[in-house]
Design a protein around this ligand. Structure first.
Ligand code: ADP
Ligand code: MG
Length: 203
């Protein structure tokens, strides 16, 4: 079994949907130049093979202003050799992923992200590959499906989620060794759906 790191996982899923703009920063200056491009807030993450759940390890920091930048960068460098700087993506959080099931082969899952995923376990599954119509039915199966229709007063580009699900469901046909793949979160807004964090485990 091999667990791909954040960079390799992002590379692995790049055909599925746009990936949040990012750099691996060597120093605070790199982050400053990146901030000049993408603006604030931005997100810093410590990348280490030893850190699987970054939030729990204090390895995800949202930086709101240039004055905070150096302090946060130095704090994260103490946790890990590499610091990723990422654009902050506005929108609502969802998840999608793959699992290799001994009976069904590769199955795809979709769900509502944020607190919903842990508390309500609001996910639906299908056997890969799926069509756009299947993807739509998967989303309709979710208890929180109304969120996708804009129930919180936010317009969300549901079609971007459907497109990502269809593309993801086709990956196992060529990448047969996928054991587990998680995209969490996939952030959806009125314009697009963006992959913010991915984790891939190969057999
Ligand atoms: P982990 O899952 O390892 O804890 P994530 O990279 O998923 O780390 O970050 C944790 C949470 O921080 C995400 O679920 C999301 O709520 C928020 N977050 C992380 N990166 C961004 C980003 N680029 N834009 C907006 N929110 C983000
Ligand atoms: Mg995550």
């Amino acid at each position: 079994m091999s667990v791909l790191d954040a960079a390799a996982s992002a590379e692995f899923v790049k055909g599925v949907a746009p990936i949040a703009k990012h750099i691996v920063a060597k120093n605070a200056g790199d982050v400053e130049r990146f901030a000049a491009r993408v603006g604030y807030p931005l997100v810093l993450k410590a990348l280490s093979p030893r850190i699987v759940h970054k939030t729990e390890a204090g390895a995800v920091r949202i930086v709101h202003a240039p004055q905070q930048l150096e302090k946060e960068f130095i704090a994260l460098r103490k946790l890990a050799p590499h610091v990723l700087a990422q654009e902050f993506v506005k929108g609502s959080e969802f998840i999608l992923g793959l699992k290799k099931d001994p009976t069904f082969g590769h199955v795809i899952l979709a769900g509502i992200g944020g607190i919903y995923v842990e508390v309500y376990k609001d996910v639906s599954f299908r056997v890969c590959p799926i069509t756009a119509r299947d993807a739509e039915a998967m989303l309709d199966d979710l208890k929180g499906t109304a969120i996708l229709a804009g129930a919180r007063g936010k317009k969300l580009r549901k079609q971007a989620f459907i497109d990502a699900l269809v593309k993801l469901s086709k990956l196992p046909a060529t990448k047969k060794t996928i054991s587990e793949l998680d995209i969490n979160p996939f952030i959806l807004n009125d314009k697009e759906g963006v992959i913010v964090d991915a984790r891939v485990i190969l057999e």
